[in-house]
Design a protein around this ligand. Sequence first.
Ligand SMILES: Nc1ncnc2c1ncn2[C@@H]1O[C@H](COP(=O)(O)OP(=O)(O)OP(=O)(O)O)[C@@H](O)[C@H]1O
Length: 274
Amino acid sequence: MLGRGGLASTRHAAAERGGVAMSARLGDVTVEVAVRRRERVRVLDDVTLDLPAGAMTALVGESGCGKSMVAATLCGLLSPGSGVTGRLCLGDDTFLGDEICGRDPRWRALRGRRVGLVPQSAATSFTPVRTLGSQLDEVIAGLDGAREAVELCREVHLDPDALQLYPHELSGGMAQRAAIAAALAGDPEILVADEPTSALDPDLAAAIWSLLVDTARRGAAVLVITHDMDTLRRAEECDSVAVMRAGRIVEHRAAADLESSDDEYVAAFFEPVS
Ligand SMILES: Nc1ncnc2c1ncn2[C@@H]1O[C@H](COP(=O)(O)OP(=O)(O)OP(=O)(O)O)[C@@H](O)[C@H]1O
């Protein structure tokens, strides 16, 4: 049974913030990251992506196509020195061009509280020298979270005994669930999860997908970046899937429509594995 504590609290948080659930939109966003002095590489190319409140969106694409860059852009975590054009709307806040990078002061009130990230490298998102419990407590206190660490653990199907452990004592799957717990601590209205089930067995992966779908159904805009096409196929409640290639979104539609796409690259993602 999935924890329901966050259900009420996300609605409550949204109500306190004005009653309007937040959606996110990337509009014509191009990102170039600095690789050497005076040299930049284009990693996102004119990306437009709508993440409506209350909807679960998946983002798929070949390795290196820019999925994690979309996550970093949505969370204001692009590296300093990146060149950005376009527009990012997070609820009523609009960021233009380089404001998207993350140094704009408005990001401080947004990160964690309104926009949450489950990073791809879950294990390294915790410091190795402190227990998971002390780190989760700190995140909850910093974000004025409504739920305690034990409650968050139960919500993500992690045994609360794990709170006593140091990060190196967690399995990959435990670290992944701990990172999801940390991302949920501030009840964000926009949740970006980068490969949240890559280290989980199929049953746990399905449970985490249900949790993410629930998070969307209670009003959050949820983006899940994934290679886990089996779980994605079973997640019937996923509202739409965006497919990326070489820094661009090539299609964004309901999963059922993408299966019959004329684009071979897109259709290949949805072919059943024999
Ligand atoms: N800091 C950086 N400096 C230079 N290039 C980078 C940097 N970070 C990412 N890239 C490049 O940006 C492109 C997109 O990377 P990204 O991590 O977003 O891909 P991805 O689709 O998430 O891949 P994967 O599925 O393997 O995680 C890649 O070509 C990568 O090499």
